[in-house]
Design a binder for this molecule. Sequence first.
Ligand code: F6R
Length: 600
Amino acid sequence: MCGIVAYVGPRDAVPILTEGLARLEYRGYDSAGIAVVGRSGDLRVRKSRMRVAELAADLPARFKGGPGIGHTRWATHGEPSDVNAHPHVSGSVALVHNGIIENADELRAKLEADGVVFASETDSEVLAHLIGRSAATELEDAVRQALSQVVGTYGIAVVDTRHPGLLVAARNGSPVVLGIGQKEMFAASDVAALVRYTRQVVHLDDGELATVRADGFRTSTLDARTTRKEPSVIEADDAAYDAEGYAHFMRKEIHEQPAAVERALRGRLDGRFHTAHLGGLALDPREAREIRRVKVLGCGSAYYAGQVGAQLIEELARIPADAEPASEFRYRNPVVEADTLYVAVSQSGETYDTLAAVQELRRKGGRVLGVVNAVGSAIARECDGGVYLHAGPEIAVASTKAYTSTSVVFALLALHLGRIHDLSPADGRRIAEGLRALPGQITEILDQEDRIAGLAREFADYRSMLFIGRVRGWPVAREGAQKLKEVSYVHAEAYPASELKHGPLALIGPELPALAIIPDDELLDKNLSTLGEIRARHGRVLTLGHRALGDDAIVIPKNERELDPILLPIALQLFAYHAAVALGHDVDKPRNLAKSVTVE
Ligand code: F6R
């Protein structure tokens, strides 16, 4: 799996494919390749462990043609190598594949018994042979027959020299989006590869297949029923996919947060009734009143932002709310309640576990809202309604602006539900004013970057760090520890401050520093006594809050206390980023991690 790009049209496909692949590099990969149908009807393939730019530079001048497909691979089946790189070829057919074919071993054995000689160790090559050996006269039918034999997930693009005017793409669990140009068409696993050429896109659904020609496309299900698709328009422009002078996308995205939060708020605050309007909720006030519980689902940082959201909803709307990892929820045969509002959170909108949780909920009749960044993504389409973040594309693997925008959208949702329930107009106004102040206050935190970077450099020398927070500070501690682990590889553990005495206090000593989240709220005294307990054991503490509580302190501006969990993590993002830079790591592409986890 990793990135797919494909082109059919009058132009030479090669530069379009290599530029598209370069746009997908941010997802990480270990090898890359392209295949085009040559002008004389031959199949031209180049693939290797090279970087995309090297592959492009290495192509002979006569390597031209179209339609074509390209791929960046991140090894799952078979080591990273030239032969395991995609495209995979079978006769006149070349294929690129994202996902995992679960019954590949069985299919491979059958094909080998029929005399097929495999060139690679990949599960994807099985699919290439199933298509290449099909007796069907149309490529679409050959692909359909092959897909009916596989169990697993796929996003694929296929070309066949016998059908030089078209390509076929299909999706099941791994994204594929078509790009509509002027008498030319594109396909890719991510709109990042398309935005330079077109803003008009069509997202394929799971179990859907597309035959794509220069002048249009036709979509159908695996059992050959035609489907109708409405094109949507990509919000972001090409610059959003460019680091624009920043050393890393992560730093760029941290600095984009004042603007991202402004976009999340734009047009959504109602000054007359001191509430929030969220257009896509599909929930009228009467239905909103009948909600007895809110359950938020997401993975990783999306789950932590969901915990912030659940706390905000419980606090402002007084509806019992909690968050749970979507990956756990979907496996535990959850009880689905009719008067519970389920909220699925995802930046990419493609995280497999979150999507599977949504599908399970819908199957059982649950009502699910999406809080999603990627417009038109699988999770957004699968939900009953939802709210987009409008954070713009997030390229760095570590989530920053999407995390913050998710918390802001939850504050809007909590305000909306709160004002339908018992939140007073005065409190509604107070929260709305607090929200309006966020972009400026985020800028104030970003202005402290040099000082936070200095602290990060010092603390990066420790092997481990404890992050503690209480109630609103608890998801902040979890997100702070997550960011530090992900990009700096410094071990970090988050604990509720209230739990310290029940175990982890045993760890405290000069060798384990703590980062304590201590906002000036109603729990300040409790947090100060925890701070005393740590210091009494000679533990070094870096505090984060609204006042300096020692030499090592990060002080952020004060807003309404309910909104503290939106501002506090910004400082922790800068802390993690600069720790990672100090340790010389590949900040945007941490080892072993992918930007969107479209596999189980
Ligand atoms: C952390 C991070 C991951 C994602 C998680 C969910 O910085 O990026 O933990 O938050 O994989 O991804 P989405 O939000 O795309 O569903």
